[in-house]
Each structure stands twice: as structure tokens, then as C-alpha cells.
Design a protein around this ligand. Structure first.
Ligand code: GDG
Length: 463
């Protein structure tokens, strides 16, 4: 039987519960049911540069985890450097935050080569390989160079910017070419897909597009959008347990029936958090009836704490929430609760359900799973409303959310007021349609859509 080998930067044992972050959540949920081999970094950085990096293999349920640590040089160059100081900001349209060093690119290439060499040693002829995200774009090209003819797919969880932005990344042409070593390349939205087509047609005049197939650099690749989602039933159940109800009751007692608005994000500059706090300030200025009557809770656990831009962001949010609180608080009420730590997923589900509205306002996002989670956690009889950025992939699908431009602080404040004041019938109508969308994008459908397309190649290749 054909085995599935999944490769992502970070491997997290699903038995230990999903980590924070959309990719960990989605892959944990998808792999839980399919089984297979999951290859990547175990999160450990070797202290001693003289020690060779090793590989560990362990079983977790129906999964085999094949993981490696990184050397300090690899951690600096591949992970913190090229992936998180060049590709992450550039792909989120933030060229101002790109910090490019030639040496980091070389290490990024070398780590991809090291992973390819390891995978080549375990590969069987009918294995399918599914590679995830921007840390690993050149992995298929390295595997092909090592003689691998197996079907290889790539899914990009984050956006792909248009050529006018992508071409500012010094190594863009190498990366675009590397995508054509894959058989299937998937994006979150049709917009991202079109960006690759525009880019490749600009880069190679001989490129052709025939339906879902794009031919360039001597290879034909299926380029398609595969919107990701969550495990709808599992998350919905979490929001309806007795424990969840206890959290909801506790919060309502504490809030004294004030409306709660929620935000949940990894602490990341792509998520539009300062703009979001500004829009809460604006709400209190434009609609003073909300003073004392609503509370905004922002949960934002630290991620990538070793990157300067993230440390600065935390300081900015701390000072901004302090400033807004000191201006508007009363002796028995504070408008903003900014919490810089992680909560169990079950607690998040309860907090979503207890919230009359959610601010999901990234400046740019591949999909944004918080939007799905918030909708699924609601009580259909009395649902809360998501206020959602037009620049999240989720907005391409969730047209019944209250859509906003997160750079427009007034528009976001007015939209939040609309969400808070929305009549019950309209909330119910919109929620029903939003539920249809998130069900259609359930994570099991996402993985089966992608793997079906990759599987068609397995059948086409004689074993
Ligand atoms: C990338 C793309 C794409 C957050 N705080 C806590 C916590 N979380 C969980 C949320 C959610 C996940 O982290 C965040 O997922 P997003 O999709 O919103 O964003 P990224 O992490 O940036 O994910 C994104 C995704 O990949 C999937 O393809 O949608 O566009 O950027 O699940 O609930 N989880 C727990 N405690 C917290 O405090 N347990």
C-alpha cells in the first residue's frame, strides 16, 4: 500500500495535543486519521556545535515521527533567518520587515538538502510525499536531484504575494523554479494561485496554462487552491461540554452581562493587533454607550520570541492596551484584557462561545483558522458575529462575516458596533450560512482533496 510521508518544518506529536499555530493544528488533525510518516524538526537546537545532528524515530498512534534537531547555524540561517526574516514578511506583503543575508539563503538550501538526503534513505517506490509551507520550498527539487520520482505535493499555508512584491525577494526566481519540481502545488485561495501563474508567466515566456496545469521549466504541475479548515465536529463538541459551560458561566458572572468581544492569535505582526486595539479605542470614542458595557479580550501567546520584530510587537501591545485602559477604565470595569499566554484548546472553544463578537483582523493571512473556530463554537440559537479582515484567505469564503479593511480603524470600529447590535434573526441567518462554509472546508475534506489529486499520480506510475 502507498505510504504517506508528510514533511513540515516543525513536527509535534499529536498525542501531546495540538500546538499553537494553524499548521500544527491542521496537520495534527489531518494526520490523526490518515496515519503515515511525519518528518521535520523536533524544535531542539544543539548547544554543542561539534556534535553531529542526529535523527530520532518514534511511534505515535498510527504515525511514525522522524525528527531531527537543528544546529545553531541551521537555526539562525534556515529558520530565524531566511524563513522567518525574509519569506514570512515578504509573503505577508511586508517588504519593510525583510532582513536579507546571503549566507542565510545558503543555509536554508543546505537544510532542505539534508532533509532530502534523509527522506531518500527511507523512500519506497510507491510512497507519496506531501510537503508543507515556505520553509521547505526547495525540498522537492533536492529530492528529484537525489533520484526521487515519487509524486510530491506542496501546500503553502501562507499567502503568495503578486509579482510586484515577490520579485523583491532576492532569490525569488530560484524559489519559483523550485515549485515546478512538485506534481501538485496548493494554495489557500484562487488569488494566491493566480499570483503564481502571473509570476511564472512573467519569468518564463514559454510557460503555458491549461486548466489546472501549468507547464514551465520543462515540467507540468497541477496548481490549485485547496482551502483549509478545522475538524468541525471535534471543535464544536469542545464548545458544548459541561466544562466549557462552567467557563462560560464563570465569565458571565465576572463580566456582569457585559458583551464580550474576543481576539485569539499567535503574537505576530501579520495579525494586525495594534490596529485592532486602536479600533477598540475608536469604538469607545464613537459609541460611548459601549463604555462599561463591553470588554475586549485579546489572547496572544508569544511565538518566535527570538525574532526582534516579535519582541517589539509585545511591548507595543502592552503599552497600547495600558494607554487605552487608563483612559477609559472605571473603578469596576476595564475595556481591554490583553493576555500574553497560551490556553488549552478546550478553554478557547468556551471563550469563543461566550463572546458576542470576534475581531479577526489580520493585515494579511493565508486562511485564518480562528475565523472557523469562532463560527463553529457558537450557539446557533444565539450566535456571535465574526468581524473579519478582507485580507484573510477566510474572507474569500466566509462572505457572511462582517468584512472590513483592517487598516481602516474607523471602518473596523463601525463594523464591530454593527456586529454587537445585529438583530438575532440576521445573526442566525448569517451563522447558518457560515456553518455551511466551514463544514465544506473541514480539514478532512482539505486533506482528502489534496491527497486525491496526488494519489491520481500514484495510479499513473507503474510500481
Ligand atoms: C498558518 C497561516 C493558516 C492561538 N492561540 C492559542 C491557540 N491558538 C491557535 C488557534 C488556531 C491557531 O493557533 C492559529 O491559526 P491561524 O490559522 O489563525 O494562523 P497561523 O498560526 O498563522 O497559521 C494561516 C494556517 O497556517 C493553516 O493553514 O490559516 O493563514 O498563517 O488554531 O486556535 N491554541 C491554543 N492556545 C492558545 O492560546 N491551544
Amino acid at each position: 500500500m502507498s505510504r504517506l510521508i508528510v514533511v513540515s518544518n516543525r513536527v509535534q506529536d499529536p498525542a501531546a495535543g495540538p500546538g499553537v499555530g494553524g499548521l500544527a493544528v491542521a496537520l495534527g488533525e489531518a494526520l490523526n486519521s490518515s496515519g503515515g510518516i511525519w518528518v521535520g524538526w523536533n524544535g531542539h537546537v544543539e548547544d554543542d556545535p561539534t556534535l553531529p545532528v542526529s535523527w530520532q524515530e518514534e511511534r505515535s498512534g498510527n504515525l511514525t515521527l522522524l525528527t531531527t534537531s537543528l544546529t545553531q547555524e541551521e537555526h539562525q540561517g534556515y529558520y530565524l533567518g531566511f524563513a522567518n526574516r525574509v519569506l514570512w514578511p515578504a509573503f505577508h506583503y511586508r517588504l519593510d520587515l525583510v532582513d536579507y543575508t546571503n549566507a542565510h539563503t545558503r543555509v536554508y538550501g543546505a537544510v532542505n538538502r539534508r532533509l532530502a538526503m534523509k527522506i531518500a534513505t527511507i523512500l519506497k517506490p510507491d510512497d507519496r510525499i506531501w510537503i508543507h509551507d515556505y520553509h521547505l520550498i526547495p525540498l522537492a527539487a533536492e529530492l528529484r536531484a537525489a533520484g526521487c520520482g515519487n509524486p510530491i505535493g506542496y501546500f503553502q499555508h501562507i499567502p503568495l504575494p503578486p509579482p510586484s512584491i515577490l520579485t523583491a525577494v532576492p532569490e525569488y526566481s530560484w524559489l519559483v523554479r523550485a515549485l515546478f519540481a512538485y506534481d501538485v502545488v496548493g494554495f489557500q485561495t484562487e488569488t494566491d494561485r493566480q499570483h503564481l501563474i502571473q509570476q511564472v508567466c512573467q519569468q518564463e515566456s514559454a510557460a503555458t496554462v491549461d486548466g489546472e496545469y501549468v507547464t514551465a521549466f520543462g515540467r507540468s504541475t497541477r496548481v490549485k487552491s485547496y482551502p483549509i479548515g478545522i475538524d468541525v465536529d471535534r471543535f464544536g463538541d469542545m464548545a458544548r461540554t459541561a466544562d466549557a459551560q462552567e467557563i462560560i458561566d464563570r465569565l458571565h458572572r465576572r463580566n456582569l452581562n457585559r458583551a464580550q468581544v474576543i481576539g485569539v492569535d499567535r503574537l505576530d505582526y501579520s495579525k494586525g493587533l495594534p490596529e485592532r486595539l486602536e479600533s477598540v479605542r475608536r469604538l469607545l470614542e464613537l459609541y460611548p454607550e459601549n463604555r462599561g458595557a463591553m470588554t475586549f479580550m485579546q489572547i496572544a501567546p508569544t511565538s518566535r520570541g527570538a525574532v526582534d520584530a516579535y519582541v517589539d510587537l509585545h511591548e507595543r501591545l502592552d503599552s497600547l492596551s495600558g494607554e487605552i485602559n487608563s483612559k477609559f477604565s472605571d473603578f469596576d470595569w476595564t475595556p481591554i484584557r490583553y493576555i500574553n499566554r497560551q490556553f488549552p484548546r478546550e478553554t478557547l472553544a468556551a471563550l469563543y462561545r461566550a463572546s458576542r463578537a470576534a475581531l479577526i483582523t489580520p493585515l494579511r493571512d493565508g486562511m485564518n483558522l480562528v475565523a472557523h473556530e469562532y463560527v463553529v463554537a457558537q450557539d446557533p440559537e444565539d450566535p456571535g458575529m465574526p468581524v473579519l479582515s478582507r485580507f484573510a484567505g477566510a474572507a474569500d469564503y466566509m462572505k457572511d462575516a462582517v468584512l472590513i479593511n483592517p487598516y481602516n480603524i474607523d471602518e473596523t470600529a463601525i463594523a464591530l458596533q454593527t456586529a454587537l447590535q445585529m438583530p438575532l434573526k440576521e445573526r442566525q441567518r448569517r451563522h447558518e450560512r457560515l456553518m455551511d462554509v466551514v463544514r465544506d472546508l473541514d480539514v478532512s475534506r482539505w486533506s482528502s482533496r489534496f491527497l486525491n489529486d496526488l494519489g491520481q499520480l500514484v495510479r499513473a506510475i507503474p510500481s
